[in-house]
Design a protein around this ligand. Structure first.
Ligand code: THU
Length: 299
């Protein structure tokens, strides 16, 4: 379903920003799975402008990069996608439901774009996505909430075609890895491409063995390659199989969950594709923060 951004540019607009931010906002509500048409108001101002709003509405007398003021009362454990019909106000005269207000400081966005080495428009799109997810209930106070919010931001930016590695590219890399599948026993070729948060991609294939049980899946091959090179934070994995779509097996779900519960899992076979979040593929998971740590009496 679509989102509309009502943008007020108090500062001069970078070329192409309008359409990009509309696309980013749209991708956010699509990623969240909203079904009602919504809109948000975005004000782009300077440091003095955002400082004044921060002081007046939050009692914090300093400038910041982005502020968001949700109109609904959703929470990280029950974001808007799960309760939109209950929480969203009636459609107003625009024919849409109001999500809330966003304020962005142009000078701050410019500074951050330079710091991260990407374009001002990409930084704007990121800040807009960040604020849109706040408007839909996401937060980053607790580590697990932060992970989920980050994963959704990446999913949305990717959908809007402004991710660092697009889904199409990741799938192509998984297909490339599939060529090297060593599967003389099952004849079921699988390839995986694991995207790390630092932008690196690790490819892997399934490697079988005459003793059957000693074989390894493509996903774990990719993950073990990454971890053995000191990379432990991941955003997404694409899995390509030759004969049918292959969702990760139970063991791979568990192994991936060790490092990235909020991993985006994309499966593909030929032109077909589907995706899910790892935490939805492995509900009530047993992870590094449960179990043995309690027994050992650690934090
Ligand atoms: N396999 C994978 O590599 N990944 C999956 O997601 C499912 C299964 C491999 C394991 C084995 O080599 C072959 O596919 C048949 O099960």
């Amino acid at each position: 379903m679509s989102a509309f951004l009502d943008i007020v540019w108090e500062e001069s607009m970078p070329q192409g920003a309008d359409t990009l931010l509309q696309a980013a906002a749209n991708a956010c509500v699509e990623a969240e799975g909203l079904t009602l048409p919504v809109y948000a108001q975005l004000r782009v101002t300077d440091d003095a402008g955002i400082r004044e709003i921060n002081r007046a509405y939050r009692g914090i007398d300093r400038a910041t990069d982005v502020l968001s003021f949700p109109s609904t009362d959703c929470k990280p454990n029950r974001t808007l996608g799960h309760c939109e019909k209950k929480l969203l106000p009636e459609r107003d005269e625009t024919g849409r439901c109001f999500l809330g207000d966003i304020v962005i400081s142009l000078p701050r966005a410019r500074e951050q774009a330079a710091e991260y080495g990407h374009s001002l428009n990409r930084e704007f799109a990121y800040l807009t996505a960040h604020a849109m997810f706040h408007l839909m209930g996401y937060d980053h106070m607790r580590d697990e909430d932060k992970e989920r919010m980050r994963a959704m931001e990446e999913k949305a930016l990717n959908r809007a075609g402004i991710g660092r590695v697009t889904d199409d590219e990741l799938i192509a890399l998984a297909k490339e890895a599939m060529q090297y599948s060593y599967s003389p026993y099952s004849h079921f070729k699988v390839g995986a491409a694991l995207l790390a948060r630092n932008g690196r991609v690790f490819q892997g294939c399934n490697i079988e063995n005459a003793s059957y049980g000693a074989g390894n899946c493509a996903e774990r091959t990719a993950l073990f390659k990454a971890v053995s090179e000191g990379v432990t934070e991941f955003a997404a994995i694409a899995i390509a199989a030759e004969k049918s779509m292959a969702w990760p097996c139970g063991i791979c779900r568990q192994v991936l969950n060790e490092f990235a519960p909020a991993l985006r899992v994309i499966v593909s076979c030929g032109d077909e594709r589907d995706e899910a979040m790892l935490y939805d593929l492995l509900p009530h998971s047993f992870g590094p923060n449960t179990g043995m740590l309690d027994i050992l009496g650690k934090e």
